[in-house]
Design a protein around this ligand. Structure first.
Ligand SMILES: [Zn+2]
Length: 362
């Protein structure tokens, strides 16, 4: 089956994250069956995922079936794919049903060519953090002694090769004040008065680290402010949420220390907490695998892809956790999560061919 047809079929299923129905995989299971490949549906906490493999299952294609909600501003039905001027339009075209279609087509072609083995992992909650998809499935595969040797993830990269990413920590900074009735302002300290100084200190906070020549600089941004929804009393606590991307010389511990030390200069009563630590910094150390990926894409497109480390979080961090080398290679990054999302049909075919070439080089 052609990559484009598979992509159209995938897009026509409105699999807004997380995927909670087995039916979303029914057609894919049929398609795999026609190629003598047995699928396993794996459900974790109500999220449905699919795993299929043949031979030694050594090269794992990992892609996600879930998409973000379509939102507004579409000029066509987001779940009724159309091709205009060589571009396929629909929710998930680039993130990442186009990439997933290329993976499925490559997987089937490898089976037909008698390749030694590959596996296909199609998950249903990447957009929700991946815990009930890739993370849970890799844990199961480890227990079953079936972990792949390498991972190939189809997240958008503009056909460059993502070989690393920064770690991610979310912090909660609680700023405390006195709770009193708003009609009696002389009764205490209003925590909201401390907020401007706190925010100024936190946004873009410089954290201690040694220069990492392989990963982008650390970043720290305030992304949430929660004061509750009471209007006639002052808040006893305001919680400021932060997103921090960090490099290999840092850790959640050093980050909390840096935030605390910066805030000690501010006149406020506060406490810093790690809300979540969803990924360690990662850098692919396996040069052979990286070179194979570069040469695979180059042989198809004629261009030398860049090895990039600037992308956001993906399920790759779970491969990193299991010490499985992985690369990400996928479609257009500019079209991700937008209205009228699209991908180039030509690039999608090139991506499929690159996946086949990469598997054959391993
Ligand atoms: Zn994605």
């Amino acid at each position: 089956m052609k990559t484009e047809e598979i992509a159209r079929d995938l897009i026509s299923r409105s699999t807004v994250s997380p995927v909670t129905s087995e039916d979303s995989f029914a057609h894919l299971i049929q398609m795999l069956k026609k190629h003598d490949i047995k699928s396993e549906l794996r459900e974790y906490g109500g999220v449905h995922n699919l795993y299929a493999g043949f031979g030694d299952e050594s090269v794992c294609f990992n892609g996600h079936m879930d998409v973000v909600p379509p939102g507004n501003g579409w000029t066509s039905d987001p779940f009724d794919p159309v091709v205009t001027d060589g571009r396929l339009y629909g929710r998930g075209a680039s993130d990442m049903k186009g990439g997933l279609a290329a993976q499925i087509a490559a997987f089937l072609e490898l089976k037909e060519r008698g390749h030694s083995g590959a596996s296909l992992m199609v998950v249903g909650d990447e957009e929700q953090g991946g815990r009930r998809g890739t993370s849970a499935m890799l844990q199961d595969l480890r227990e079953e002694g079936r972990l792949p040797k390498v991972g190939v993830i189809g997240e958008p990269t503009d056909l460059d090769i993502q070989v690393g990413m920064r770690g991610i920590v979310w912090l909660d900074i609680h700023v405390f004040g006195d709770e009193y009735h708003a009609s009696k302002p002389r009764l205490g300290d209003n925590a909201t008065s401390d907020l401007p100084e706190v925010l100024k200190t936190l946004n873009g906070l410089e954290m201690s680290h040694s220069e990492d020549d392989k990963l982008p600089k650390p970043t720290s941004e305030v992304t949430a402010i929660n004061t509750g929804d009471v209007y006639n009393s002052t808040p006893s606590r305001i919680t400021v949420g932060m997103d921090i991307r960090y490099v290999r010389s840092q850790s959640p511990k050093t980050i909390v220390r840096d935030v605390e030390s910066a805030l000690s200069e501010v006149e406020a009563d506060y406490r810093v907490e790690v809300r979540s630590h969803s990924g360690e910094p990662f850098l692919l150390e396996n040069r052979g695998f990286q070179e194979a990926a570069v040469s695979a894409v180059e042989s198809v497109t004629g261009d030398t892809p860049e090895a990039v480390t600037s992308g956001g979080a993906s399920d790759g961090r779970f491969f990193a956790r299991e010490d499985i080398p992985f690369v990400e290679i996928g479609l257009d990054t500019e079209e991700v999560h937008v209205a009228n999302e699209s991908c180039s049909v030509h690039r999608m075919r090139q991506l499929k061919e690159s996946y086949v070439q990469l598997a054959e080089r391993i």
